[in-house]
Write a new protein. Structure first.
Length: 317
């Protein structure tokens, strides 16, 4: 039954959401735990690979110990052998926000997949094209080169902006282009206290370029052996080398190394270079959002104070 409100009574305030974004290795996860502990929050991961079960080391997935008792959502919700879409993420993510808010806690969206963050919070509208299983099965047998050529033929403008190494994105773009004639541009709309389904505090975490590059280097080399063991284990359990190509940089380059396609030195050099380029693309995406307030990890107290102030104020709607 629809709940009615007296004509003169204010509508219920939209849920307040704290969002922590930024490039890989900037320290977003640790910061989100600090915020959650300070404001009775629960974390919602916004990472397109951490949704997959058993993709732990390569994705930098938070451990139980690191969670410090803070509930986490949207981790380990998908089979890595199957494609998990942005639409799937939005569906589960909005359900998580509602659940967290209903029990009086604060939803804290944290992650580096900017498209997922913006889709979840309504900043971009997804193309409403259902999955074409027959087409996907056909395209799954194609090489990246052939997929790229097909997208360039169908939608040259989309081909200029897409990550040509990401098979999932290539297949989805072709699927949409075949259904609609071309991939529609992302429909962006400004979300602030004057509109949108949530009230949002946007926090960006970043580091100087040289410092971030150093952290990426240290982080990669500290876990490279564990990544190798993880990839071997995944392949032994039936995850194909082809599928690993679509599961992100660490899995792509480690898979190529384990197949003997590249040397260990080539794998390490190219992987580190591509991770740094990915961090740059992340920042390019997030810089489009002028509502994000940027900080460095040393400003933790200021960030927590800002979060508390945001949550204490009444809605302006």
């Amino acid at each position: 039954m629809t709940k009615l409100f007296p004509l003169n009574s204010p509508l219920p305030a939209p849920p307040k959401v704290v969002v922590v974004v930024g490039p890989t290795a900037a320290g977003k996860t640790a910061l989100s735990i600090e915020i959650a502990r300070a404001v009775r929050g629960e974390a919602i991961s916004a990472d397109s690979r951490q949704v997959y079960r058993e993709l732990d080391i390569g994705t930098g997935k938070i451990t139980r110990r690191e969670m410090q008792g803070i509930p986490h959502h949207l981790l380990d919700v998908a089979d890595p052998k199957k494609t998990f879409t942005a639409a799937d993420y939005v569906h589960l993510g909005r359900a998580a926000i509602s659940l967290i808010a209903a029990r009086g806690h604060v939803p804290i969206v944290v992650g580096g997949t900017g498209f997922y963050v913006d889709a979840l919070l309504g900043r971009v509208q997804l193309a409403e094209v259902p999955a074409n299983k027959a087409l996907r099965a056909k395209l799954e047998t194609w090489s990246e080169k052939r997929l790229t050529k097909e997208l360039k033929k169908l939608d040259p403008e989309k081909a200029k902006t897409i990550d040509m190494k990401n098979r999932v994105r290539l297949v989805r773009a072709i699927e949409i282009a075949k259904a609609l004639g071309k991939t529609p541009p992302l429909s962006r709309r400004r979300l602030d206290r004057g509109g949108g389904p949530y009230e949002i505090l946007w926090i960006g975490l970043t580091l100087p370029k040289e410092e971030l590059a150093k952290k990426i280097h240290i982080r990669l080399f500290a876990r490279i052996r564990d990544i190798e063991r993880e990839v071997k284990k995944l392949h032994k359990k039936g995850l194909s080398w082809r599928r690993m190509e679509a599961l992100g940089l660490e899995y792509r380059y480690m898979a190529r190394y384990l197949q003997g396609k590249i040397s260990q030195d080539e794998m390490l050099r190219e992987l580190e270079s591509q991770i740094r380029k990915y961090a740059k693309r992340q920042m390019t995406w997030f810089k489009r959002n002028k509502e994000i307030q940027w900080f460095t990890p040393t400003e933790k107290k200021k960030i927590i104070s800002l979060s508390k102030k945001f949550l204490a104020t009444n809605s302006l709607r």
